[in-house]
Design a protein around this ligand. Structure first.
Ligand code: NAD
Length: 440
């Protein structure tokens, strides 16, 4: 079988590579010529563990190729996946579907024989129909179907998530399209992965409902964490105490500086807008959006309240810039709120992230005078008034604390991911602050 993936980003590149690994012949298409040329030479544009080896292996075995010309890639293709971005529209927070619709137009102009067009991008309910109508208008005689197959992979563990997903959701009516997608996902049937066939609209909504639920769970524990600080309780124990209840589950119960990333912020906002369009309200998700924004915007105040807000310039070390570990993705990362706010409040920052520095340098270009980009955690700690742990990369979990104490001007650690034990740090002579367990 041959498939085409349009959009070779975090989702398109991982999906295309994993389908190739399943034995399918895959062409990944992108309009970014440099990206495609790099990929042809085995240079991977993103950091995703395990991806480079898998891309190279499948290029060598001639199942994976890269193209900028969509038309060329469509010959004999059974399925065309749309995996382009759907960022928040600046004006109103709705999902910006212009990239998806542009691809639909290009498919309409270029496709000449049957294929199933599959929306893998996260798109609001009704987008599948709009994609169908766009193609039909441009190419009325074309025989095709449009299906929804939302993607649930997580950056940082994307390959495993794609190869061993909790479930695959496919929304379409046509038996022909279903059979193509069943054949494509056949290796997962063998692993007994649940494959759920639904209406297209249902599949579209499942993705938003899943992300909104997870964002709600994070926001819930963040708010409980704030309450713990007021009443002298320990949020880590609360998480264990509630998470062991099978109806609740342990995951996504870790407090932090607010969720970020390329999905939760934009998807929660978009589902709220969809509900408003249909004259209904998702009050709970509306609250989650506001609460998380507020948390991200205000987190710098916690740092200032510890280091003191006076005339003297403070030097703060920041460990972790990406929105989570094992990715170089900076989209909507909490660091984008905290860093500018600290700089505006007379702080100079010494920063380090294992994989996100290149992208972060672009994001913080206008603050370059107030940031020192460091080679590792210890260099970042030199002569600082406090060390802030912003992302829980594994290498930050086992820092040489004796060395840190020597490097820091003041032994102050502000751990916004709760990765250290408060008592241990206290016994070592650190002033240690974390979330929701300040009264240890
Ligand atoms: P991305 O920004 O990393 O990649 C999108 C790619 O599409 C870019 O390389 C861009 O150049 C390309 N593109 C745009 N228009 C094009 C066109 N007309 N023709 C060819 N290429 C084009 O985006 P992403 O993070 O991979 O997200 C893609 C979709 O998947 C989004 O809807 C997102 O919400 C969803 N999603 C993302 C994740 C994630 O972890 N990143 C997880 C699940 C779902």
């Amino acid at each position: 079988m041959k498939v085409t993936i349009v959009g070779t980003g975090y989702v398109g590149l991982v999906s295309g590579t994993c389908f190739a690994e399943f034995g399918v012949n895959v062409t990944c298409v992108d309009k970014d010529l440099k990206k495609i040329n790099d990929l042809r030479n085995g240079i991977i544009p993103i950091y995703e563990p395990g991806l480079e080896e898998l891309v190279k292996k499948n290029i060598n075995q001639k199942r994976l190729s890269f193209e900028t010309d969509l038309k060329k890639s469509l010959k004999n293709t059974s399925a065309v996946f749309i995996a382009v971005g759907t960022p928040s529209r600046k004006t109103d927070g709705h999902a910006d579907l212009s990239y998806v619709f542009n691809v639909a137009k290009e498919i309409g102009k270029s496709l000449s024989e049957y294929a199933v067009i599959v929306n893998k991008s996260t798109v609001p309910v009704g987008t599948g129909k709009k994609v169908h109508d766009i193609i039909k208008k441009i190419n009325p005689k074309l025989n095709f179907d449009v299906a929804s197959n939302p993607e649930f992979l997580r950056e940082g563990s994307a390959i495993n998530d794609f190869m061993r997903p909790d479930r695959v959701v496919i929304g379409c009516k046509s038996e022909k399209a279903k059979n193509i997608l069943k054949e494509l996902y056949r290796p997962l049937y063998l692993l007994e992965t649940p494959i759920i066939f639904t209406q297209r609209e249902t599949a579209e909504l499942i993705k938003y409902a899943a992300n909104s639920f997870l964002a709600t769970k994070i926001t819930f524990i963040n708010e409980i964490s704030d309450l713990c600080e007021k009443v002298g309780a320990n949020v880590s124990d609360v998480s264990i105490g509630i998470g062991l209840d099978g109806r609740i589950g342990k995951k996504f119960l870790h407090p932090g500086p607010g969720y970020g990333g390329s999905c939760f912020p934009k998807d929660t906002l978009a589902i709220v807008k969809t509900a408003q369009d249909y004259n209904t309200r998702l009050g709970l998700v509306e609250h989650v959006v506001k609460s998380n924004d507020r948390r991200k915007k205000n987190m710098f105040k916690r740092v200032l309240s510890i280091v003191g807000k006076d005339k003297d310039k403070k030097i703060i070390s920041i460990l972790g810039l990406t929105f989570k570990p094992n990715t170089d993705d900076m989209r909507d990362s909490p660091s984008l709120d905290i860093i500018p706010a600290l700089i505006k409040n007379n702080c100079f920052l010494r920063v380090f992230d294992p994989e996100g520095m290149k992208e972060a340098k672009l994001c913080f270009k206008k603050f370059s005078k107030n940031i020192e980009w460091c080679k590792n955690s210890y260099e970042a700690s030199e002569n600082s008034d406090a060390l802030v742990i912003l992302t829980e990369w594994n290498q930050f979990r086992a820092l040489d604390l004796k060395m840190l104490k020597i490097k820091l001007k003041k032994p102050v650690i502000i751990d916004l991911r709760n990765i250290y034990n408060p008592n241990e740090l206290k016994n070592m002579g650190f002033e240690y602050y974390s979330l929701g367990r300040c009264f240890e």
